[in-house]
Design a protein around this ligand. Structure first.
Ligand SMILES: Cc1cc2nc3c(=O)[nH]c(=O)nc-3n(C[C@H](O)[C@H](O)[C@H](O)COP(=O)(O)OP(=O)(O)OC[C@H]3O[C@@H](n4cnc5c(N)ncnc54)[C@H](O)[C@@H]3O)c2cc1C
Length: 327
């Protein structure tokens, strides 16, 4: 049964900006805690990050612990593991949730070992088991063709990393939780990794787009047509993974089990075969329109509207219907 320890959330920030995925996890944590009659504790680490903690306290955390130190300015897995493990031991939560970003997954793995806890990785949903109050995590497997409902049988806390984009960001409220400083006992030699340079790729978060055009290998290497369709319809643009692997499009535009999950009202998918690794990213799309020259393409099983035809002929017609001109 869930105890008084409640739900603990690691809240990630980069250069003083909160990660969206952490806020999404915070919102779900509050929902779970309300259901169990327990509390949410957030943890914000960094340098000069108290304002971020205050924002989290307005977005559902009952308490936010702040570890403020120049040694925590940049995420380093070892130093962050030391501090978060200390916080978790002090608070003894029932559950520990972390956004499944690159940093979040690195931290979660190290924390699970350090704490001797079970970890459900990249969950796409969280529930509470009737009767036991245990955390149930939905973990996609085999490229999203199955979803296994898992729970942590041993260890404490029950841990999960949560795939970005699957939960809603909670809105700020007038009822703010408490913000408490957490003393950092790190020494410079504890930070064994130094960030020398960081390159940040800014993406127009495909998982938040309401409309999106997604191109696959059937578009060959020339993405100008699907990009023009995206522009003409005011949509975001995404790709299947092979296009990113070939270097034709950036990796942050990939849709699927190793990319982003969509939450769009409309996705127009052009020249994509419909492999399970790809379609796992379409689960939350309201309406899927697929364009493919193969009438037996797997993608049509996942589409609401199926257009059998050559993308080079169909897409210009769609663009012209929308009042645009093809490149
Ligand atoms: C561990 C792992 C993880 C993976 N993760 C992902 C992931 O996150 N996202 C992802 O996308 N993939 C992922 N993949 C790869 C995935 O399994 C597929 O190989 C990939 O999705 C196929 O991409 P595609 O549909 O663009 O290409 P293809 O499978 O080659 O399909 C191209 C399609 O275009 C159609 N076509 C061809 N010419 C035209 C034309 N002129 N007009 C219209 N249609 C045309 C064809 O009929 C075909 O259906 C992963 C694979 C592995 C092993």
């Amino acid at each position: 049964m869930a105890g008084a320890g409640g739900v603990f959330v690691f809240i990630e920030q980069t250069d003083g900006a909160l990660e969206d995925s952490s806020l999404e996890v915070l919102g779900k944590a509050r929902e779970i805690a309300d259901r169990l009659g327990s509390k949410v504790t957030g943890a914000v680490l960094g340098e000069g990050v108290r304002p971020l903690a205050e924002e989290c306290a307005r977005r559902g955390a009952h308490t936010v612990l702040v570890a403020d130190s120049p040694l925590l300015k940049n995420f380093t897995a070892e130093a962050y593991t030391d501090v978060v493990a200390g916080m978790v031991k002090a608070r003894d939560p029932d559950m520990l949730l972390i956004g499944a970003t690159h940093n979040g997954t690195a931290l979660a793995g190290m924390l699970a070992i350090r704490l001797g806890a079970g970890l459900m990785a990249h969950v796409v949903d969280l529930e509470i088991e009737q009767g036991t109050g245990m955390l149930l995590g939905s973990v996609p497997g085999f490229g999203g063709s199955i979803v296994a409902v898992c729970k942590c049988k041993k260890g404490r806390p029950q841990m999960a990393t949560v795939r970005p984009g699957v939960f809603q960001t909670p809105k700020p409220t007038d009822q703010a939780g408490a913000v408490e400083a957490f003393a950092v006992a790190l020494k410079p030699e504890d930070v064994r990794c130094q960030v020398v340079e960081r390159t940040v790729q800014h993406s127009a978060s495909v998982s938040k787009a309401q409309r999106i055009v997604v191109a696959g290998l059937g578009c060959k290497d020339d993405l100008s047509l699907p990009k023009k369709l995206a522009e003409a319809s005011g949509s975001a643009f995404g790709v299947s993974r092979p296009l990113a692997d070939k270097g034709v499009a950036p990796k942050n535009l990939v849709i699927g089990s190793t990319g982003s999950s969509l939450n769009a009202k409309l996705a127009v998918v052009v020249g994509v075969s419909g492999a399970a690794h790809f379609t796992s990213g379409l689960r939350n799309v309201e309406t899927v329109v697929a364009v493919n020259s193969d009438p037996d393409a797997e993608i049509f099983k996942h589409a609401d509207y199926c257009v059998v035809g050559d993308a080079a002929k169909v897409v210009p017609k769609l663009i012209s219907e929308l009042g645009g001109s093809s490149p």
